[in-house]
Write a protein that binds this ligand. Structure first.
Ligand code: ARG
Length: 468
């Protein structure tokens, strides 16, 4: 039996009927639909619509539907179910007859889908927070293991200044900590319960909204029934946060690809995460990293899809909103799929310390330190910059490093150069010069590492919710 056939004299066009169904994809919301239905049944009993016998019959049948779906995938092969809500109603009726048809009293699918999708997003965020913690901890472990190993930092992709490898990894850690914080923030707004909002104007029974919300682990009921049935901000925020996360993964992947090229040679691709070429026997290709970069495009596409879907919709529910489900599922699946792989990659990738340190010690990346040395001797910064620039030009001409220029030549450029100059330009001295919180001086990086460890551990503190 359809959920809405009474008013119709003609059957639906069969092609249209098939095409408009969401059950092929919204069946994954079944656990949430069952939990929300149980909460509604309890509320109906509270409102006197269901007797206690009817309530326990319905609750038992909902449990049975969940068990069957888990043990027998074929159970979900229902070509007639329009959506997950219809499927549950049909199964209830099959199990307990007419009592099953009482469950929908005073409620609408509009509030149900809004509730189910919020529960999905909440669960996905909880899963993601742990996966992000794993990923961040893999980077932190590598940062710790890198010790005082250095590498060039680039601006404009030109060698700029040496930094600790740990400092570079911590830059990514910050990005993913922000992603985790965005998801936590999204979770707060998602975690309100639309049940009791009805189709648009609110339930027609005085049902205990607070209790329904509490039963499902929500922080409380949503405030406005028109908004609650048409709002998909939580889905948009969720996928936006994921799109930023994949953007960060994509930047990381791009750097790893560059650093694994022969030209850089900083990174040796781990074989379990690389592939070969069918044509060129020598090749080891960074396919994992390239696909990570590619997956970001998808997730950004899902974010755009969601915003575009909702932007022109008048209040309140419109069927277009059914189209918000798949981008949410796909974005969630994509990111949940990719995080364990990048974590595995990070655990096994080899850094070529010798090459990185060597690159960090050449290319005039101590030029700023040289200028700082002159500034310390009272030379105005602009003149110091100019003088060191000239020294660099001379060193380029002679094909040597700044440290190799004789003092006499330096003094011809500026009289403030003295014998202490050469000892200020070693890698250790240059790194130590950046002695500010957030800078690359080893003592600050050590503290930053500790601080990031604490923030990463806090991501795991969420208690899993046992509502299902
Ligand atoms: N399958 C629908 C969706 O995902 C459920 C809500 C249907 N509501 C309606 N008024 N037709 O949006």
């Amino acid at each position: 039996m359809k959920m809405w056939s009474g008013r119709f004299r003609q059957p639906l066009d069969p092609e249209f009927e098939k095409w408009q169904r969401s059950f092929p994809y919204d069946q994954r919301l079944l656990p949430f639909e069952l939990a929300a239905s149980r909460a509604h049944a309890n509320a109906l009993a509270h409102a006197g619509v269901l007797s206690s016998e009817e309530l326990s019959e319905i609750v038992k049948a909902l449990g049975e539907i969940g068990r069957r779906a888990e043990s027998d995938p074929a159970f979900l092969n229902d070509p007639e179910a329009e959506d997950v809500h219809h499927f549950v109603e049909k199964q209830l009726a099959a199990l307990i007859g007419a009592t099953g048809y009482k469950l929908h009293t005073g409620r609408s699918r509009n509030e149900e889908i809004a509730t189910d999708l919020r529960l999905f997003v909440r669960q996905s965020i909880d899963t993601l927070q742990n996966l992000i913690a794993d990923w961040i901890e893999a980077m932190l472990a590598r940062a710790e293991a890198a010790g005082t190993s250095a590498m060039p930092a680039y601006t404009h992709l030109q060698p700029a200044e040496p930094v600790l490898v740990a400092h570079w990894l911590l830059a990514y850690v910050e990005m993913f900590l922000r992603d985790a914080s965005r998801l936590a923030d999204c979770r707060k707004r998602a975690n309100l319960c639309p049940l009791g909002s009805g189709a648009v104007a609110g339930a027609t029974l005085t049902i205990p909204r607070q209790a329904m919300a509490a039963e499902l682990g929500f922080d409380g009921p949503t405030a406005n029934s028109i908004d609650a049935t048409s709002d998909r901000d939580f889905a948009i925020e969720f996928v936006d946060a994921l799109s930023l996360l994949t953007l960060h993964l994509s930047r990381w992947a791009e750097e790893m690809i560059l650093f694994s090229t022969l030209a850089y040679g900083f990174v040796e691709l781990p074989e379990p995460y690389a592939t070969g070429s069918s044509a060129m026997p020598q090749k080891k290709n960074p396919d994992l990293l390239e696909l990570v970069r590619g997956k970001a495009a998808r997730v950004m596409g899902y974010a755009t899809t969601l915003q575009t879907l909702v932007k022109g919709l008048p209040l309140a529910y419109n069927k277009d909103l059914q189209e918000t489900q798949e981008p949410v599922f796909n974005a969630s699946d994509t990111v949940i799929g990719v995080l364990p792989l990048v974590t595995g990659f990070m655990n096994t990738v080899e850094f070529n310390d010798a090459k990185m340190n060597q690159a960090a010690s050449s290319g005039f990346m101590n030029a700023w330190a040289a200028a700082a040395y002159l500034v310390e001797r009272g030379v105005p910064s602009r003149f110091a910059h100019e003088a060191v620039g000239k020294a660099v030009a001379l060193a380029v001409e002679r094909g040597c490093d700044l440290q190799k220029l004789p003092l006499a030549d330096l003094q011809a450029i500026h009289s403030s150069f003295d014998a202490a100059f050469h000892s200020c330009l070693g890698l250790t001295e240059v790194l130590a010069l950046h002695d500010v919180p957030g800078g690359t001086a080893p003592r600050h990086v050590k503290r930053a590492l500790q601080n990031a460890r604490e923030r990463a551990a806090a991501l795991r503190s969420q208690e899993p919710l046992a509502i299902l």
